[in-house]
Design a protein around this ligand. Structure first.
Ligand SMILES: [Zn+2]
Length: 468
């Protein structure tokens, strides 16, 4: 009898230890104020000792977690729970095992004072953009994620969340726009932690595009670049990408169009900034005050820029890639932005080639003659990003030309998209080795070694710009 019991007992113990921890369920209530937002989270589930941490999105400085203030926790009966700080932007909370409340403030600098404002949760004069990776507390069952830096923290075991917004005043023009499911007025539901979400609060007008079903535009009241034409332009560019690449899996997408804060507006020409989180494109653009809203140069530049940002719904949203493939997602986005602008007639072909020749000159000016591996450069210093994107675009031009000579009837872009989409399993981001195999199959190993791995410099001849 003894002999039988011991192994059984051992088995039961192993099963108990191997059980997944009870996941959290979190209902966030958000109240915007003059400095940012106050957030209260009603927390259910999770272990008795909860570990809470804040993180930042890709490319965002880790210091953003220091914007979290007045962290406090309460039991359902309103008693104060003990909160101990752990590492940077991390906390340990003893919860009694009952549902509990977490409250904190996200204090945001105005966009104008924050050089990286458009890449993160941000506050303008009259709008707020809350990016899930920065704004929402993450909940953990053990302290391990808090030992990682804010940019490397996982979302945590959250099985569902809602975000409810209490907007200022009944007469406010503000509304909340998001790709999340709106289950009641200003209340959004998500099946996981809202780490990939974006919520924009402000005087936004929402437009459903006629052709590109599923894509909505939310335009800020003060957006002043081609105000009568920008919707049509986005619609055209999106349809061009869909024809070239086949529709992406994600049908619900949102393009947020906001002006840059005044102090960041350019003194001449146009300034643009874009960010993609999940299925939301956050787009900022401003023109110099003297430039007419529909000047042809503005239209051309906007078409290329918006074509680039919209392409990110394919890569890296529908097909995810590792960081050493940022040359691919950005270089291809540059290439596709120009391609779609020409294909839709917003940029004429000669102007497209002129822009490419300018890119090549700029690439040389900022040190592009030095060859080097694109995957290695992708993980390199932030200051090299411009060079990387320019070079990525030129390499795509070259790959397209090589492919076209052997396959005049099938576009390279479609062949590459099909190959990436079939190699991607929907979970594990594609890495450099996988893409190397795909590119070698489409062009040849020598081309990949020379130009992707940087064994040869890009010459005007190689990219078909001789004589430009
Ligand atoms: Zn991009």
């Amino acid at each position: 009898m003894h002999k039988l019991c011991w192994p059984l007992f051992g088995l039961a113990l192993v099963a108990a230890c191997g059980q997944a921890p009870d996941p959290y369920w979190v209902d966030f209530t958000v109240r915007p104020n003059d400095q940012g937002v106050e957030i209260v989270a009603d927390v259910h589930g999770g272990p008795t000792t909860a570990w809470v941490g804040f993180g930042v999105g890709p490319g965002t400085p880790p210091e953003l977690v220091d914007q979290i203030e007045a962290m406090a926790a309460y039991s359902a009966a309103g008693e104060v729970l003990e909160v101990t700080a752990v590492g940077r932007g991390g906390y340990q909370i003893e919860t009694n095992g009952e549902p509990w409340k977490l409250s904190y403030r996200l204090s945001l600098r105005a966009g104008a004072e924050d050089p990286s404002f458009y890449r993160a949760s941000t506050r303008g004069k009259d709008y707020l953009v809350l990016v899930g990776s920065d704004a929402w507390a993450r909940f953990y069952s053990d302290p391990t994620p808090l030992t990682r830096p804010p940019e490397a923290r996982p979302p945590g075991p959250v099985s569902g969340a809602t975000a409810r917004f209490e907007l200022p005043g009944p007469d406010s023009e503000w509304r909340v726009v998001s790709t999340a499911w709106e289950e009641a007025a200003n209340t959004f539901a998500m099946r996981q932690h809202p780490v990939g979400s974006v919520f924009a609060l402000g005087p936004f007008e929402t437009i459903q595009l006629p052709e590109a079903a599923g894509l909505r535009i939310a335009r800020h009241r003060d957006w002043n670049i081609m105000p009568e034409q920008v919707d049509e332009m986005v619609d055209d560019l999106m349809m061009s990408h869909r024809e070239m690449l086949a529709p992406p899996d994600n049908i619900r997408a949102l393009a947020l169009l906001s002006p840059l804060p005044e102090s960041l507006s350019p003194r001449s020409g146009l300034r643009t900034a874009g960010m993609v989180r999940g299925q939301t494109l956050v787009v900022y653009a401003s023109k110099a005050p003297l430039v007419p809203a529909n000047h042809p140069d503005i239209a051309e530049a906007m078409a290329v820029f918006l074509g680039h940002e919209l392409f990110h719904l394919w890569v890296p949203t529908s097909v995810q890639v590792t960081r050493e493939l940022s040359w691919l997602s950005e270089g291809w986005a540059m290439h596709m932005g120009r391609y779609a602008a020409v294909a839709t007639g917003w940029l004429d072909e000669a102007a497209g080639t002129r822009r490419l020749a300018l890119s090549y000159r700029r690439y040389l000016d900022i040190g592009g003659y030095r060859a080097g591996s694109l995957p290695a450069a992708s993980t390199g210093h932030e200051s090299q990003r411009n060079l990387l994107y320019l070079r990525g675009e030129l390499v795509f031009r070259l790959l397209e030309r090589e492919w076209h000579q052997a396959n005049p009837d099938r576009p390279f872009e479609r062949a590459l998209w099909d190959a990436l989409a079939s190699a991607y399993d929907g979970v594990e981001p594609l890495d450099s080795a996988a893409v190397r195999t795909i590119l070698t199959g489409l062009v040849d190993a020598t081309t990949v070694r020379r130009y992707v791995e940087g064994q040869a410099p890009l010459t005007p001849d190689a990219i078909g710009l001789a004589g430009q």
